[in-house]
Structure formats: structure tokens, C-alpha cells
Design a binder for this molecule. Structure first.
Ligand code: ADP
Length: 448
């Protein structure tokens, strides 16, 4: 096992990683920007080291500064969290060249899955069902029009390098397609420096269902069920739950086995998530994330495991601490993403937390790095915490969530908390009857 791990991230996930390290008796180094000198994980870490100014490109994305930080502190491994460098194959490779361990998959698999066209082709080859669409990238308007005519409208133009819902445009007719292509390309070029795009059938009422996978270097591969992340705004997840209200245990086993077999064939290592759209009883692969995900705690709740600890264990060459037969889901879990945003307009609202009261009690987990007197810096993502509820059944989980929402107080900045108070009273949410377009429709109906 490692003696010392450097945490190359910030906010709630940095604290989450730090907690796993402490539980394992591993020392921690918080690598932080000047804007995060007062961050909670920096205070709790055994050591901290400043890696640059607020701008992420000069700090959290600054590979030379992070390598230097490892060398200065003697950290042997780096946990990248999510976002930032977590899916940069180059970072994993450079760490390895410096004799350091990247806590994540092999560089080749990060690279493969980072190209969504290659990822889709690979999954198709490995027997995973994929969304109907173009075979490979689209080079011209003529090619796009031909593929779309064959598939039928509406179609979705997606960026090969995509992420965070960027570089994605719907075209409802042949007239709309050239413009959708141009916008998606421009957006992808600006966001990822790569304007390669491909086409997919635009599904009308799918759910977003993703499967959590884990592999060690001893040939053990397991799946830990699914998460339903259909409640989305602008293709971004807002609330997640596990198990999905839409799946039967038999379907869970079947899709879990299919994806576990796929990543076994790949020789994958560590945590991974395979994302699907699910419509009319069928699964369609959209992408694979080669990192820990924001919504991992719902899986931890129902399987009673520590996924970050497992990431660290398998990166150190140890065996997974569970086998497939040990993994039995229990109860239901829901996560609410708390963003410092206006709950109606979703405009980010950084600033000073004047008063803060955390909810508590059985089945209530709050992963957050905020505290009273903390100033949320304006430079980063607006996620300030996650509220994770676990209970024996979905109905009890919603009831417990209602209680926790009534206890939590965040004063000084706007947050998305009021949104969840409304959502849990909605009959569709209570019935688990919602698809990926539900939230946008509901939000539109609220402003009419
Ligand atoms: P990103 O990497 O940008 O997050 P994804 O491929 O994971 O992109 O898709 C994000 C979200 O966009 C999905 O959860 C879903 O809501 C929507 N989406 C993606 N592909 C399709 C599709 N073919 N039809 C309908 N919605 C889609």
C-alpha cells in the first residue's frame, strides 16, 4: 500500500478522497490553487502544497506543477477525483514515466474511451448494445444527410471528444442538420480542441441508466448495479438514484454481466461506469467514464462499500475486497446535487456562506466541503455538496430526504436545495416515472 497520496482535485471530492485515505491509514497531500488555501480538505490533509494561481489551467490542470508537488512531498500516487485531469491519458502516462501511480485505469483505456467514436465501436465489438448512429465520424454535410435520412429524424450531433453535454445538437429535420453540425463542431473545437463529430438517433423518452464496474489486476471484475440519472438539465445530472425504478433484478443482472464481460475482455483496471440510454426495455450504450463519478455514493449506500478505497487498493496492486457473489444491494438511495446556483435560473452564485447547518440522522450522508464563513470561489464548478439518502425502500428514502431537506440550512448564497423540495412532492418523481427530458419540461412549465 502507498504511504502517501497526493490529491489533485478540490471541493467535496478532494475531501471524499482524503477521508478514504485517512480510513486506510494513508497520509495525504492536498495540492491546491491559491484560491483554495482555506479549503476544508487543505486544512485536514497531513500536508498541503500550492500548485498555482486560481485559474485551473495554471493549477489543477498543471501537470508539471503536480509532478513537482509529488517529488517535493514524496507522494507515491495521485488521485485525480473527477473532472480536471481524471480523464487525461497523458497525465496517467507522465505519472508512470516519473515512477508515480495514477489512481485510475491504464492510459490506453482512458484514451480509448475518451474518443467516443472509438469507444462506441469497441463496445459494439465486445457485444454491448449501442445507440443506432453513424459508423464512425461524419466528414461532410452530405454524409450526415445520408445517414440521417436512413436512420430517420430527429438525430443528435455529438462531439467525439464530448463531455459535460457540450458539442451536442439536435436536428429535427434535414433543413436543421447542416446548422446543427456547424454549431456542434464549433462548440467541440472551442471546448476540446477537436471538432470531430458523429451522429446518433435522438431517443424521445429514454432514461439514463449507468452501470458501475470495478476491476483489479488479478482478473476480478464485478458490477455494482445501476444508477438512474435521468433527472437532467442541459444534459447534466441533477438527482440520481439506485436502484432504477425502471429495472427488474433480472435486467440488472443481465446488463451487469454484459458490461462486466466487456471490460474483462479489455483488461480494464479500476473503477469505470458504462452509461446507457434505456428505452422500451432496451439498453443503448452512449459512453464510458473511466473515473470515479459524482454520483458514486448512491452505489456505496446500497452495496455498503467504499469505492474510493477500492480504487486505491487496486491501484496499489491489491485484490478487490469483494466478489460478485458478495454484492447484494440493500434498500434504496437518492443523491441530490447541491449547486451554488439560483434554483430557477441556474446562474452560479459564488460568495460567502454566512450560516450553515448540516442535516443528520440515520441514512443521511452529506458530502460537502463548505463550512460557515467559507467563501465559495468564483473560478470553479458550482457543485458545493451532495446529499445522499439511504433507506429500506424508495418511499422511505423520499420521506427521509424530505426530512433532511427540512434540516439543512445554507445561508448567504443561493443553492439548488429549494428545487429538490419541490421535486420530491411531484407525483411523477414519487412514482419514479420520469425520463431524461422530464426535468426540462417541468422547469418550462413552471415559468409559463
Ligand atoms: P457527455 O459526455 O457530454 O455528458 P453523453 O453522451 O454522456 O455526453 O450524454 C449526456 C446526456 O445527453 C445523456 O445522459 C442524455 O440525456 C443525452 N443524450 C445523449 N445521447 C442521446 C441520444 N442519442 N438521444 C437522446 N439523448 C441523448
Amino acid at each position: 500500500m502507498f504511504d502517501k497520496i497526493l490529491i489533485a482535485n478540490r471541493g467535496e471530492i478532494a475531501l471524499r478522497i482524503l477521508r478514504a485515505c485517512k480510513d486506510m491509514g494513508v497520509r495525504t497531500v492536498a495540492a491546491h490553487s491559491t484560491a483554495d488555501a482555506e479549503a476544508m480538505h487543505v486544512r485536514f490533509a497531513d500536508e498541503s502544497i500550492c500548485i498555482g494561481p486560481p485559474s485551473a489551467t495554471q493549477s489543477y490542470l498543471n501537470i508539471p506543477a503536480l509532478i513537482t508537488a509529488c517529488e517535493l512531498t514524496g507522494a507515491q500516487a495521485v488521485h485525480p477525483g473527477y473532472g480536471f485531469l481524471s480523464e487525461k491519458a497523458e497525465f496517467a502516462q507522465i505519472l508512470e514515466e516519473h515512477g508515480l501511480t495514477f489512481i485510475g485505469p491504464k492510459a490506453e483505456h482512458i484514451r480509448l474511451m475518451g474518443d467516443k467514436i472509438a469507444a462506441k465501436e469497441t463496445m459494439r465489438r465486445l457485444g454491448v448494445p449501442v445507440v443506432p448512429g453513424s459508423e464512425g465520424g461524419i466528414d461532410s454535410d452530405a454524409e450526415a444527410l445520408a445517414v440521417a435520412a436512413e436512420m430517420g429524424y430527429p438525430v443528435l450531433v455529438k462531439a467525439a471528444a464530448g463531455g459535460g453535454g457540450r458539442g451536442m445538437k439536435v436536428a429535427r429535420s434535414a433543413e436543421e442538420l447542416p446548422r446543427a453540425l456547424a454549431t456542434a463542431r464549433a462548440e467541440a473545437k472551442a471546448a476540446f480542441g477537436d471538432d470531430a463529430v458523429y451522429l446518433e438517433k435522438y431517443l424521445q423518452k429514454p432514461r439514463h441508466i449507468e452501470v458501475q464496474l470495478f476491476a483489479d489486476s488479478h482478473g476480478n471484475v464485478v458490477h455494482l448495479g445501476e444508477r438512474d440519472c435521468s433527472l437532467q438539465r442541459r444534459h447534466q445530472k441533477v438527482m440520481e438514484e439506485s436502484p432504477s425504478p425502471a429495472l427488474t433484478p433480472a435486467q440488472r443482472e443481465e446488463i451487469g454481466e454484459t458490461v462486466a464481460s466487456a471490460i474483462r475482455q479489455l483488461g480494464y483496471l479500476g473503477a469505470g461506469t458504462i452509461e446507457f440510454l434505456y428505452e422500451d426495455g432496451r439498453f443503448y450504450f452512449i459512453e464510458m467514464n473511466t473515473r470515479i463519478q459524482v454520483e458514486h455514493p448512491v452505489t456505496e449506500a446500497i452495496y455498503d462499500v467504499d469505492l474510493v478505497r477500492e480504487q486505491i487498493r487496486v491501484a496499489a496492486g491489491e485484490k478487490l475486497s469483494f466478489r460478485q457473489k458478495d454484492l447484494k444491494p440493500r434498500g434504496h438511495a437518492i443523491e441530490c446535487r447541491i449547486n451554488a446556483e439560483n434554483p430557477k435560473t441556474f446562474v452560479p452564485n459564488p460568495g460567502l456562506i454566512k450560516y450553515f447547518h448540516a442535516p443528520g440522522g440515520l441514512g443521511v450522508r452529506l458530502d460537502s466541503a463548505i463550512y460557515e464563513g467559507y467563501r465559495i470561489p468564483p473560478y470553479y464548478d458550482s457543485l458545493i455538496g451532495k446529499l445522499i439518502i439511504h433507506a429500506d425502500s424508495r418511499a422511505e428514502c423520499l420521506m427521509r430526504l424530505r426530512r433532511a431537506l427540512s434540516e439543512i440550512v445554507v445561508d448567504g448564497v443561493n443553492t439548488t436545495l429549494p428545487l429538490f423540495e419541490e421535486l420530491i412532492e411531484n407525483p411523477d418523481i414519487q412514482a419514479g416515472d420520469y425520463d431524461i427530458h422530464w426535468l426540462e419540461r417541468w422547469l418550462a412549465s413552471q415559468t409559463e
